[in-house]
Design a protein around this ligand. Structure first.
Ligand code: HAM
Length: 409
């Protein structure tokens, strides 16, 4: 029984030390602020769902990656791999009472038994913004505008990232024009989603498995070179409205964006860093049939999932570690035990004024005090020595400019 336990978390799971929380908070704060600015209402649900709700069609990666188990009453349960089925369930449950369109947001921890690569863990937090019950392209515009707003709020520019946009409907029309019937489209989408992740010869084999002949496979690859979206009314409208909203520079048309999940029916999008170093930053699109597949009334929906892993890697790479948190608050320290009461009193007074105060818990030498205050990224510091307490006045040092101002004790 006394065998040593590993200090590592289970493979693919993360610990968040305070230094990691600084990044996580920066990312979450931007997500929450942008969602609120765009009028999304927060919601939440438990991470455990019924396996049945989450289980998926064969061939879909997410379905194969679900962590699932039986509880003591032999219920088949699972940890959610994404929030969308839960959202659909919650909306279907109250479909008669809710006032549509809904604009809902959450940051949900999700679990997927993935092959571990850069940017992919077995647990991640995923920010979701969904608009339910709205056919207008403005739903796509608001969801995308909100995600772009959050990326900028985090400190990135449209030089750092681009949202690649396409439409499954448009791609379906192009396939149909080549004689590939709609009954084959689901298979074609699944195969095309693997492009870039496996050689085209294997994609071709997948397409043939899906019932395409050689000419149709060739036609499908030719379609993937499409650069002009003007034949698609919805893509044209999306780009036009993004222009009006002021974020068209963040979008590019890319017929190669398919999405791995089979529930998408219209516009689909995926955001990547412009240098192509990282996995997708976020992804989403329109999914008009999900509620009906779980038994609800037909309802149109658009949404996105935006993970915390890739964006944090990207922020660290582009902004550097120091950018995680701007200096803030006041460090208060004292030289000898005799100044402890004055330091405690000063800390209380500053906190009452709304300052964040980090009070030293024991006497310390000035040099050590100031170097710790710098390391803790305090904005200001007050150090009390015997003379200060006697005079009733201390000096508050601005740690960035190294200028001092007097403060009454
Ligand atoms: P998804 O593309 O599977 O879509 O995931 C969305 C985002 O979650 C990804 O772009 C990535 O940022 C993050 N993500 C996914 N898996 C992992 C992982 N193993 N490790 C780290 N990050 C990950 C969905 O989940 C859809 N339900 C999104 C959606 C919402 N569509 C409509 N509404």
């Amino acid at each position: 029984m006394s065998e040593a336990v590993s200090f590592e978390p289970p493979r693919g799971m993360r610990d968040f030390y305070p230094a990691d929380m600084v990044w996580r908070n920066r990312v979450f704060d931007a997500m929450r602020t942008s969602a609120a600015k765009f009028g999304f209402e927060p919601y939440d649900a438990c991470v455990v769902e019924s396996y049945e709700l989450l289980a998926r069609k064969a061939g879909e990666e997410v379905g194969e990656q679900i962590y699932h188990f039986q509880d003591k009453s032999e219920r088949h349960l699972a940890l959610r791999a994404e929030m969308t089925p839960t959202l659909a369930r919650m909306v279907a449950q109250r479909q008669k009472e809710l006032a549509f369109p809904l604009k809902w947001t959450t940051i949900a921890q999700c679990f997927r038994y993935e092959r571990m690569t850069k940017g992919r863990k077995r647990e991640h937090y995923q920010w979701n913004c969904d608009i339910i019950g709205e056919d207008s392209i403005l739903a796509e515009v608001e969801v995308l505008g909100c995600a772009v707003d959050a990326l900028k709020r985090m400190g990135l520019t449209t030089g750092d990232f681009k949202v690649h946009v396409s439409s499954r409907k448009f791609l379906g029309e192009l396939l149909e024009k080549s004689g590939i019937g709609t009954e084959k489209h689901a298979q074609v989408f699944l195969a095309l989603d693997k492009r870039g992740k496996m050689p085209d010869t294997e994609i071709a084999a997948m397409l043939k498995d899906g019932g395409l002949d050689d000419d149709e496979v060739a036609a499908t690859f030719a379609i993937m070179d499409t650069k002009d979206y003007s034949a698609s009314a919805e893509l044209s409208a999306l780009f036009k409205m993004a222009e009006a909203a002021g974020f068209a520079d963040a979008l590019v048309f890319d017929i190669g964006v398919i999405r791995g999940l089979s529930y998408y029916t219209g516009i689909v999008f995926e955001c990547f860093d412009t240098k192509g170093e990282f996995r997708a930053i976020f992804g989403g699109g329109r999914y008009d049939n999900l509620l009906t597949t779980i038994g609800g009334e037909p309802t149109s929906a658009v949404g996105l999932g935006f993970g915390d892993v890739v964006v944090t890697e990207l922020l660290k790479a582009r902004l550097g570690d120091a950018a995680a948190q701007a200096p803030e608050g006041v460090a208060v320290g004292f030289m000898f035990p005799e100044q402890a009461a004055a330091a405690v009193k000063l800390a209380a007074k500053l906190r009452e004024r709304g300052e964040k105060v980090n009070l030293a818990l024991h006497p310390v030498k000035p040099k050590r005090f100031f170097s710790r205050a710098d390391a803790a990224r305090a904005a200001k510091a007050v150090f009390l020595g015997p003379d200060d307490v006697e005079r009733g006045v201390a000096r508050m040092k601005d740690l960035a400019t190294r200028t001092e101002s007097e403060i009454e004790l």
